[in-house]
Design a protein around this ligand. Sequence first.
Ligand code: GDP
Ligand code: K
Ligand code: MG
Length: 281
Amino acid sequence: NQVINVALVGNPNSGKTSLFNLASGSHERVGNYSGVTVDAKTARFHQGHYTFNLVDLPGTYSITEYTPEELYVRTHILREMPDVVINVVDATNLERNLFLTTQLIDMDIKVVIALNMYDEMEQTGARLDYEHLGRMLGIPIVPTVASQGTGIRRLFDTVAKVFEDKEPTVRHIHINYGTDLEEAIGILQNKIWENSDIVALYSSRYLAIKLLEGDQSSFKLLEKCANFNDITKTQALLKQKLEKRFGENPESAIADAKYGFIVGALEETYQGETHDKHART
Ligand code: GDP
Ligand code: K
Ligand code: MG
């Protein structure tokens, strides 16, 4: 009987709590977190040969460090290191929801997407080749209707397969940030690689991207590294160079590239009016 630690990550209102309740058989109140106290609900349940420890994390649009909720989600992933993250994605808001997915891709962790609200998406007449999309993301996608319990069994079967490294869709892809950003990422990555204790725990590519974004938590994580001074000096020079090149800070350039990647992937796989009912302006 294998134990698999699973965290639910996704945008507010994507259906995390509904999914959590169904899977765990608990009756947690469906609704948003107050925003005052950041908390996570946990439950344990069995399916097949597995025991799943499930954590329902606060809903966020991103995993940066700008709100307590986001920092909580991110710290949970980096410190608790769940075996598999279920990224709950609202199928009626794909463009916005998949932004968070690109951040999980950067983190290089095991992910399964619960393509939730699949009923609502189909009702709009939209069609998504989710298997193709999953192959492009390197992440298996399971359609779910959490409010009705549809797809939940298959979802956790897929989680178990990913845990066991037996799911063929899983592939570690890199989002290509373009020549200039990729060069900068590579330079920082090499410097991070000098610290074996760090790279044993975290993806060097992820940390390099976060440093370019100016992420303070990542600087803090690297603070004790022997070459920390070199890393900060190099980051400052690269940031300056990139700002000159793009006319915006690297963080914005990285976000633009993420949206470009999502839009490109949806162009190939999605047919419908719009893939985001709250289209970006
Ligand atoms: P959370 O904020 O991610 O925890 O989302 P909730 O679980 O609270 O769900 C938000 C709302 O969407 C609730 O009213 C749910 O009943 C509803 N909901 C959840 N999953 C689905 C689904 O797959 N289809 C539909 N139509 N509604 C859903
Ligand atoms: K909703
Ligand atoms: Mg909730």
